[in-house]
Design a binder for this molecule. Sequence first.
Ligand SMILES: NC(=O)c1ccc[n+]([C@@H]2O[C@H](COP(=O)([O-])OP(=O)(O)OC[C@H]3O[C@@H](n4cnc5c(N)ncnc54)[C@H](O)[C@@H]3O)[C@@H](O)[C@H]2O)c1
Ligand SMILES: O=C(O)C(=O)C[C@@H](O)[C@H](O)[C@H](O)COP(=O)(O)O
Ligand SMILES: [Zn+2]
Length: 358
Amino acid sequence: MGIVQVGLGDRSYPILVEHGRLRRLPAELAQRYPASSYCLVADDTVAARYGRELLDGLRGCDLAAELLTFPAGEQSKTIETVGWLASAAARLGLDRRSMFIALGGGVTGDLAGFLASAYLRGVPFIQIPTSLLAQVDSSVGGKTGVDLPEGKNLFGSFYQPQAVFIDPQVLATLPQQHYCNGLAEVIKYGVIREPSFLAFLERDRERVLARDEPAVEQVITTCCRIKAEVVAADEREGGLRRILNFGHTIGHAVEAASRFELLHGFAVAIGMVAAARISVRRSLLGANKAERLQQLLDRYGLPTEIPPHLDRGTIKSYLLSDKKRVGSSLFFVLPLDDGTVAITDQVTTDDIDAVLAG
Ligand SMILES: NC(=O)c1ccc[n+]([C@@H]2O[C@H](COP(=O)([O-])OP(=O)(O)OC[C@H]3O[C@@H](n4cnc5c(N)ncnc54)[C@H](O)[C@@H]3O)[C@@H](O)[C@H]2O)c1
Ligand SMILES: O=C(O)C(=O)C[C@@H](O)[C@H](O)[C@H](O)COP(=O)(O)O
Ligand SMILES: [Zn+2]
């Protein structure tokens, strides 16, 4: 079992990584995270696979428990879904001692976390991430929220969970494209913080892609450790935390321009290559290193070019509504030759036009 602590003073919490943990959770919740009622939030796919069993497990321990579901997919990450979930919670009579449990991928975690941050002005919640992306990234760090028609994640809050329970066993049922989707964020961690981890991802690619148990556990604990360190140092993204946005400036714009049909990790993979190309243009990174990143993403089954059918003007207009924009400055995270990254607002329109043109 791996335990990583997110150190945030009196809001610190553990991330527990253990095969088969989901089955043991009801008793553990009752003992260590008491609540008047547990409200599971899951999309319909995860609810059918794991939600009902967990609900039965909780009720079997004589705990009051409910399950709220919504249609799977990024299209559900909206204010409307949060409003619907909040009304459903109110109709169930959930009080301030209730506990929300986000059971699912990043969409569920972002939605349920936001719901918990606002329902009755804030009730506690627990993350049980079931997609690789959620296990390595979104369940940790307290960013919650929804998309707006105007752009990605534009409405939300910082709200930390009480705990994160990760059971890598559930990845057995995750479709391959969603597994690869999560690997984009995994590669991000190697680039922004740990060259030796990037080398591991290059060397052990077959094991990682085959979901070899020790390799997957190493991937999850490494990413969670890095994210916990960064979040503990800068919870509200005043500085260091911006590195977690590597690939996201262009990635989010591409994702929104695709009307959220392109998966988040796929868009981030495209955005990481675009950022690396900007680094090359600005003589911050050797062309061979940008190619190395592109090759690695490619070998992990991830896209690296902006789909030709996406309108470049639309992508640019989404870039200008990015939440990290301040005035006319856009923040970019650029990889450097020495294996670190720089956070800069010095990227020019020419740089952006050049990478959008391909
Ligand atoms: N808050 C953060 O820090 C943060 C970080 C990264 C990404 N995100 C957000 O996360 C979202 C993407 O997350 P995602 O890729 O997990 O999407 P998702 O939640 O839509 O899950 C992907 C798909 O996998 C299915 N699924 C999940 N677990 C499964 C399992 N074990 N078995 C079978 N099917 C399973 C889901 O039903 C869904 O269809 C985006 O909205 C992104 O913006 C947030
Ligand atoms: O936790 C963070 O900080 C991140 O930036 C992690 C990202 O992978 C994630 O996609 C996040 O939701 C993006 O944040 P945003 O503030 O750019 O919406
Ligand atoms: Zn992301």
